[in-house]
Structures are given as structure tokens and as C-alpha cells.
Design a binder for this molecule. Structure first.
Ligand SMILES: Nc1ncnc2c1ncn2[C@@H]1O[C@H](COP(=O)(O)OP(=O)(O)OP(=O)(O)O)[C@@H](O)[C@H]1O
Length: 304
């Protein structure tokens, strides 16, 4: 079996009040895009900060490409790139200089070709001589992504990389993440509050809530377990709507029914006994990750 890009072993953090992260065991698969979701304060950034040695775990540890983050921190750091939530400023240096310095930090003497590729790919090339303080928020974020990739890490940690970023740039960034994953085999762990984007990108999802991992599954499985299919049937006027259970009647000529994933619309129609000629239209809405997420958090908050 190949070495997992990331494996946490009962890693936890307590800042002194209540634990920000309870002991967590999590293992990423090589080459996956993993979405770590959770409401504000769930513990996502705390986990990423421990993985990148910004803060020490209270207990437990983790390994990156098999290197323990505590005992072998340098080797662990060489294998991980991180895009932090906060924008760090190197105000008086140009984009190109920042990327060169950062390569030197990883002991890479001549990284010009790779830096050029990153700057091109992240639309920074034409701005390469601008000082960081002259950059817009979106450009700074792209610079952070370029910085995190100068040393070609096997694992990329993205902590809300698209927060406050306009929709075009968000799409560009996600395209780039997909490309890194597909063409370079980079394993990605990302946190985001854009759950729709996580649904499109992530192979697996973990949900943190109040410092505990409350769900971990393939994205599709999670949606299927926590949501239902919404079937909307519009009827012609020549069927008496009062024959249906009022709970599924929605409007004068419309039925709305929820069915479990795996159950077919054909079966539903035959159970309802609706003749074909009495149906004007049918639409089926599959559940979304956002619905699954809301249901999960509500269940854990004890809300029906
Ligand atoms: N330096 C700190 N000192 C004390 N408590 C902290 C510190 N940093 C974070 N916390 C607390 O730890 C908990 C988890 O915070 P964390 O930033 O990890 O959450 P998050 O899931 O990343 O949230 P968000 O989605 O808002 O970024 C919160 O209750 C937060 O108040």
C-alpha cells in the first residue's frame, strides 16, 4: 500500500477553554481532492495550522507523506504546500522576487522555469514586477497559491482559498486545482464555505462541527444518505387532484414528492396510479451537498 499523503493520529488542540479540535484520526488517499467542511469555528483552520507547524498539537500527531510533523518536521514541510486563510504581506517585494525567495527557502537554487509556469498559469506573469503592496486582493491570493507550489508539494492544503474572490477568479482557481490534481497527482485538502464548489470538486468530504468529525464519506454517498430526490409532477386538468394525499399536493395541478435515492420515478408514478396522458411534465431534483450539510448540522444541533 502506498504511503498516505496525510494521516492524523488522534491529533487534538485545546486553546484553554473548550477543545477546538477533539482527537482526530483522518487519512487522505493519494491523489484525491478532499473537502473539509464545517461551520465557523468548527476547527478547520486549527487542524491546518497544526499540520503546517504554525501551532503545536495539544496531543497526538500527524504525518505528511510518511514524515511525522513533530519528529521529522522539515521533511514533512518539504512535502506540503499551504495556502493560508489570511493574506500575508511581503509589501516591498515584487511577485517574482517573492517566488524566488520562497524557492530558496526550500533549497531550490534555480526555479525559474517552474516559477514562470506558475506565474503564467495564475495570470500573474504580466504583473511579475509589481510590488506585493500594489496588488489587488485577488492577485495576492493567486500569489499565495503560487508560493505554496514553488516546491512542487505532493500535498496541497487550501484554507478557504476563494473567500472574497470574484466568481471568474474562483472558477479559474478551481480549474487550476483540478489540473494540479489530474496532471501532477497532487493530493488536495481544501476548506471552503462554498459548498456547491466542494460538491463539484471533491472526491470525499469530511464535516467538522464543534471540533469533532461528524461525517466522512464519498461526496455522492454523503448526499445520498442525507437527502432525498424531489419529484415534481405537473398534471393536466383532466385528473381530479383531490384523489391524492394533501401532503403531496402543491398548487392546483402539481404534486411534490420526496423519494429516497435508489427509488425510481417509474415506481412512484405506478404507485400513485397516474395515467400517462394526465402528466404534463415531470422534473426530478437530486439532493445537493449543501442540503446534506445543512441536514447534518441540524441533526447534530438537535434541530428536527
Ligand atoms: N489562537 C486561538 N486562541 C484561542 N482560541 C482559538 C484560537 N484560534 C482559534 N480558536 C478557537 O478554536 C475554535 C476553532 O477555530 P478555527 O479557526 O479552527 O475554526 P474554523 O473551522 O477554521 O472556522 P472558520 O470557518 O470561521 O474559519 C473556535 O472556537 C475558535 O474561537
Amino acid at each position: 500500500m502506498s504511503t498516505p499523503p496525510l494521516k492524523t493520529s488522534a491529533i487534538s488542540k485545546d486553546y484553554g477553554q473548550s477543545p477546538a479540535l477533539y482527537p482526530l484520526d483522518l487519512e487522505l488517499k493519494s491523489g484525491e481532492i478532499f473537502g473539509l467542511l464545517g461551520p465557523n469555528g468548527a476547527g478547520k483552520t486549527t487542524l491546518i495550522s497544526m499540520l503546517t507547524s504554525l501551532i503545536d498539537p495539544t496531543s497526538g500527531t500527524a504525518s505528511i507523506m510518511g514524515f511525522d510533523i513533530l519528529k521529522d518536521s522539515i521533511a514533512a514541510r518539504l512535502n506540503v504546500g499551504v495556502v493560508p486563510q489570511e493574506i500575508v504581506s511581503h509589501g516591498f517585494f515584487s511577485i517574482e522576487k517573492v517566488l524566488n525567495f520562497h524557492s530558496g527557502y526550500y533549497g531550490i537554487a534555480d526555479n525559474r522555469e517552474h516559477i514562470k509556469y506558475l506565474m503564467h498559469r495564475l495570470s500573474l506573469y504580466e504583473h511579475r514586477n509589481k510590488l506585493v503592496r500594489q496588488l489587488s486582493g485577488g492577485m495576492k491570493r493567486r500569489l499565495l497559491i503560487a508560493k505554496s507550489l514553488v516546491h512542487r508539494p505532493a500535498l496541497l492544503l487550501l484554507d478557504e482559498p476563494t473567500a472574497g474572490v470574484d466568481v471568474d477568479l474562483r472558477n479559474d482557481l478551481w480549474q487550476f486545482v483540478l489540473e494540479l490534481n489530474r496532471d501532477h497527482g497532487t493530493t488536495v485538502l481544501l476548506t471552503t464555505h462554498y459548498i456547491k464548489e466542494a460538491e463539484e470538486l471533491c472526491h470525499r468530504i469530511g464535516v467538522l462541527h464543534l471540533g469533532r468529525l461528524i461525517a466522512l464519506d464519498d461526496t455522492r454517498n454523503l448526499i445520498h444518505q442525507l437527502t432525498r430526490r424531489q419529484v415534481q409532477i405537473r398534471l393536466t386538468g383532466n385528473i381530479d387532484i383531490s384523489r391524492f394525499d394533501p401532503a403531496i399536493v402543491s398548487g392546483e395541478h402539481e404534486l411534490q414528492i420526496q423519494i429516497p435515492h435508489g427509488s425510481t420515478v417509474g415506481k412512484l408514478i405506478s404507485e400513485l396510479g397516474i395515467p400517462m396522458e394526465c402528466m404534463e411534465d415531470i422534473s426530478v431534483g437530486e439532493g445537493t451537498l449543501e442540503e446534506a450539510f445543512v441536514a447534518l448540522i441540524h441533526n447534530h444541533n438537535g434541530v428536527a
